[in-house]
Design a protein around this ligand. Structure first.
Ligand SMILES: Nc1ncnc2c1ncn2[C@@H]1O[C@H](COP(=O)(O)OP(=O)(O)OP(=O)(O)O)[C@@H](O)[C@H]1O
Ligand SMILES: [Mg+2]
Length: 512
């Protein structure tokens, strides 16, 4: 008999409906899977065979052919185990065929040899596609049920083991999923660090507030011990809250890499990734033999923090140039290439020279011009151009450090950031972007108009600072954010002047 069971597979973050057709006929006892199965699916044969046997059903000594259709999509992963097993059970009439049920259901799950159904990755994007296709029921591993319930309107049937699904399909068992609508959004996040712990550094805090509000890349440059790492580690505490759309976007990525769980089905705070400087370019941007997502995608809609930027391999940093510009990364697979989003904010920190004290007031620099040049040039011009805000971090003096004066708490900074971000979300509703940093050249003209006086200021700055054309658009975007923080519809002279000031550091350090 021929059976037909549905499932959904993922290509990148997008789900695709797959039909699993099983034919069982007389002949040599063989088991074949066709329809562009990847190696992981070829392995499903053994798992399915043994799991069915261990569920108490004698594995048929017949000719079994499983076809995964459409054949032009390469299928990977272990989520086909369950639909293949159900297809075999159906074709061998071990479970009852109810037309509507099979037409309106999809099956996903990995089988272990004893028949237990194991958690799979990517359940959220699978459910989103199922809902879009009008699928009614999804049979899935118990461990995935909570995450699946994020998508409303799907009937979730969590399965522990193969025996359970056989009993259910034969009408001998009832399975109820208590969709207790867990508290989706926990509300105000809490952090164990706070900006109020950083004494002084008002100018740096201001720059980081602007960066957080507009999603701008930011470079902190300063001597050892000046507090760069301390400041950067507190950035998550002032990042704008995510809206539901953003939460789902980030959760989809964490879902496909298996970083979501029943305990934490939703990623509700912006990611903050800080890979070590020994990271390879493959781990940073993704790819490799069995393609993996990189740190840039895990930092999507959050922060990628590269501490001690000059310690990273120069070639590793250069591969960041593409994703920084495109906000997506294409990863090649055996016979396809898949794009993943990586719209992150880059925060980097570095010393200005090998000894760390070039330009510092507290200590004399002991490096030669040549040493400084070599050191600073580890960061290329094009890389530097992609960083909107350059800020110098000077050590705070003793009076400041020992001061008992209350400094502003993160939550108060975050309020201003949230207000400024809301203005951007409202303004860019039609454009599918979230922040000023994402404006393209057409949008830049539309939303960053300058009056004659501002144009003149910018012209003079360009001549004086010899800025690149990329710097021009970066200045405008930062000025737009400064105006948003000041609740101003137009970019005014003071906003522009402040934005220009964040581009003037490279003259001091990169003149070598
Ligand atoms: N403004 C400040 N307020 C309070 N503590 C500070 C401040 N600046 C520095 N410190 C203290 O100094 C320590 C060192 O700072 P941090 O590690 O952030 O410096 P850094 O600039 O990253 O140095 P390096 O270049 O060596 O990495 C902090 O952990 C903190 O205890
Ligand atoms: Mg540091």
């Amino acid at each position: 008999m021929l059976s037909n069971v549905k499932s959904i597979t993922l290509l990148g973050l997008k789900g695709h409906l797959i039909s699993i057709q099983v034919d069982i006929s007389r002949g040599m006892p063989t088991f074949e899977i066709v329809g562009l199965p990847g190696t992981s699916i070829k392995e499903a044969k053994e798992r399915v065979k043994i799991a069915i046997k261990n569920a108490g059903i004698e594995f048929l000594s017949r000719k079994i052919v499983v076809n995964l259709s459409p054949a032009n999509i390469r299928k990977e992963g272990s989520s086909f185990d369950l639909p293949i097993a159900v297809g075999i059970l159906l074709a061998s009439e071990k479970v009852k065929y109810v037309k509507e049920l099979f037409n309106e259901s999809i099956f996903v799950g990995e089988l272990s040899l004893d028949g237990t159904i194991e958690k799979i990755n990517g359940i959220l994007p699978i459910c989103i596609e199922a809902k879009r296709l009008g699928i009614k029921n999804i049979f899935l591993p118990v461990q995935n049920a909570k995450e699946a319930s994020i998508v409303k309107g799907l009937n979730i049937i969590p399965i522990n083991n193969l025996k359970e699904i056989i009993d259910f399909l034969n009408g001998n068992l009832e399975i109820k999923f208590e969709n207790n609508n867990f508290n989706m959004l926990k509300g105000e996040p809490t952090y164990d660090v706070d900006f109020s712990e950083v004494k002084g550094q008002e100018n740096v805090k201001r720059a980081l507030e602007i960066a957080a509000a507009g999603g701008h890349n930011c470079l902190l440059i300063g001597s050892p011990g000046s507090g760069k790492t301390m400041l950067a580690k507190r950035i998550p505490t002032i990042l704008p809250d995510m809206n539901l759309e953003e939460i789902l976007e980030v959760t989809k990525i964490y879902s496909i890499v298996g970083l979501t769980s029943n305990e934490q089905p939703l990623i509700e705070t912006r990611p903050f990734r800080s890979p070590h400087h020994t990271i390879t370019s493959t781990s940073l941007v993704g790819g490799g033999k069995s393609p993996k997502l990189g740190e840039v995608s895990l930092a999507h809609l959050g922060v990628l923090f590269l501490d001690e930027l000059t310690e990273f391999n120069k070639n590793t940093l250069e591969v960041l140039r593409g994703p920084l510009e495109d906000r997506k990364i294409t990863i090649s697979r055996i016979n396809s290439a898949i794009s993943y989003p990586c719209n992150f904010m880059l925060i980097a920190s570095m010393n200005p020279c090998p000894c760390g004290y070039y330009g510092s007031k507290e200590k004399a620099c002991t490096c030669t011009e040549e040493q400084i040049r070599k050191y600073i040039n580890k960061i290329s011009g094009p890389m530097l151009d992609r960083i909107d805000i350059h800020i110098e971090v000077n050590s705070v003096n003793y009076d400041n450090l020992s001061s008992k004066v209350e400094t502003e708490k993160s939550i108060d900074i975050r309020k201003r950031v949230n207000t400024a971000r809301k203005k951007q979300l409202e303004r860019y509703k039609k454009y599918k972007i979230y922040s000023n940093s994402e404006l393209n050249s057409t949008q830049l003209e539309l939303f960053c108009k300058l009056d004659e006086k501002c144009k003149r200021i910018l012209e003079i700055a360009f001549e004086k600072l010899a800025l690149s054309s990329r710097a021009y658009s970066r200045i405008l975007k930062v000025a737009r954010t400064i105006a948003d923080l000041a609740n101003s519809d137009n970019i005014k002279q003071e906003h522009l002047a402040e934005a220009i000031q964040y581009r003037s550091l490279d003259r001091k350090y990169w003149k070598h």
